[in-house]
Design a protein around this ligand. Structure first.
Ligand SMILES: N[C@@H](CCC(=O)N[C@@H](CS)C(=O)NCC(=O)O)C(=O)O
Length: 198
């Protein structure tokens, strides 16, 4: 399979999850501003939404949306999912929260918002982090086992750190634990390349 990604973007959660699952993949970098891939192709012709992640399976099926992509990996490697009768529902509930509530709350930071807009965005992120702080089972989101949701949360907490936002203590502990995982270190090393727009 192949992952279309941008260094440090939400697609990092997919790369981490692929490594955690032991699934081999190719990776093609996308310049999200120019919408050009590293092989010079027009990314909007590949994914009309123009966003990452996009995972192309070996049979050519293309999967977009973080929730769907991460759920797919957890289905292929159940140790990265949540067990029990409501396990999959709980996982999708968490992935949806991360995507539609937390991830989206960072948008103003990416557009270099200032003043009131930035303050309101910081409050929105803080409110959602507080909710997760009260829900985390510890040490990971669902308890003792790392799941694809932890990979997604890790990327969001990296952003929080980069933008100087406060990470509540239990989430900070999870963040530090996740950052020590070998799959995470591998993924970070692979994405520690000069950004296309620098
Ligand atoms: N709804 C999409 C949004 C993904 C998304 O926002 N990706 C960002 C990177 S973290 C992106 O590609 N931004 C550039 C763009 O949308 O043009 C999903 O959940 O997968």
């Amino acid at each position: 399979m192949k992952l279309y990604y941008s260094p440090g973007a939400c697609s990092l959660a997919t790369r981490i999850s692929l490594h955690e699952a032991g699934i081999a993949a190719e990776f093609e970098r996308v310049d999200l501003r120019a919408k050009i891939t590293e092989t010079g192709r027009d990314y909007t012709a590949i994914n009309p939404a123009g966003s990452v992640p996009m995972l192309v399976l070996d049979d050519g099926a293309a999967i977009t949306e973080n929730v769907a992509v991460l759920d797919l990996i957890a289905n292929r490697e159940p140790k990265l999912g949540v067990g029990g009768p409501l396990g999959r529902t709980r996982l999708i509930e968490m992935l949806s929260f991360l995507s539609t509530e937390l991830h989206i709350a960072f948008k103003p930071f990416w557009h270099a918002a200032g003043g009131t807009e930035r303050r309101e965005a910081a409050e929105a992120v803080a409110k959602r982090l507080d909710l997760l702080e009260s829900r985390i089972v510890e040490p990971y989101l669902f308890g003792s086992d790392f799941t694809v949701a932890d990979a997604y949360l890790f990327v969001m907490l990296r952003w929080a750190q980069a933008f100087g936002l406060t990470i509540p203590p239990r989430l900070l502990n999870a963040f530090e634990l996740v950052s020590e995982r070998s799959a995470v270190q591998q993924a970070l090393a692979e994405e520690a390349e000069p950004a296309l727009n620098d």
